[in-house]
Design a protein around this ligand. Structure first.
Ligand SMILES: [Zn+2]
Length: 226
């Protein structure tokens, strides 16, 4: 079985849900870059620094954070720690830009770092395919728990409280219609090209229909990574 999985797909394709399932069922560590960023920029200690204030403003607008900052301070740092501990990792939507994926003359990107840490043959790429209308619908209809952070899916019928801990749900600031549009554009222009480059480098992109219920999608995910 692959030891590192990168899951791609537009916002709302269900990347986080599949990554959570891989974590719960197959012992992967779900590396959620967005969550790492959200935690980092909302930490009052960090917000004393100008750099972090700037990144928070970018994040809240729906744009992608500064790639060099994400790559060094968030992704590489935490990946190395996990690899050292021998952990299998699933990335949901990371790396998000060509630079984060492949770096430049000065900086190693995540792909090269992973190849070194885990071996190319142990890296699997999945692409969850959904139409952009359903992506918008899913994003505008989802909520997260205000206490434990559990995601509540777009299919659930107007639930007001978290099914896990009972706390009130909240909408993510990222999920208002304007921000969703920005995120879709950002995805198309800056994230999608990574898949092309991965193909050139000899990776197989495993395309999975992201439309069915998550547990059905997961059946296919399991097949592909074995
Ligand atoms: Zn909860």
């Amino acid at each position: 079985m692959k030891k590192v999985i990168l899951i791609y797909g537009a916002p709302g394709a269900g990347k986080g849900t599949q990554a959570d399932l891989l974590a719960k069922k197959l012992g992967f560590y779900h590396f959620d870059t967005g969550k790492y960023i959200e935690q980092t920029i909302n930490d009052p200690e960090n917000l004393k620094s100008k750099k972090f204030q700037k990144e928070k403003a970018i994040f809240d607008s729906g744009k992608l954070n500064t790639p060099s900052w994400v790559l060094k301070d968030i992704v590489i740092k935490n990946t190395k720690k996990l690899a050292k501990a021998g952990v299998r990792i699933v990335f949901s939507g990371s790396p998000r830009t060509l630079f984060e994926a492949f770096g430049d003359e000065k900086t190693k990107g995540l792909i090269e770092t992973l190849e070194k840490l885990y071996g190319k043959e142990n890296i699997g790429i999945l692409y969850l395919d959904v139409k952009s209308e359903s992506s918008v619908f899913r994003n505008s209809n989802r909520a997260v728990c205000s206490v434990c952070g559990a995601p509540v899916l777009y299919t659930e019928n107007g639930a007001q409280t978290c099914p896990f801990c009972g706390a009130p749900l909240r909408k993510r600031s990222l999920d208002n219609p304007e921000t969703i549009k920005v995120r879709l554009e950002e995805y198309k222009n800056r994230t999608q090209p990574i898949l092309e480059e991965l193909k050139k480098r000899g990776y197989e992109i495993n395309i999975i229909n992201g439309k069915p219920e998550p547990f059905k999608v997961f059946e296919e995910v399991k097949q592909k990574i074995n």
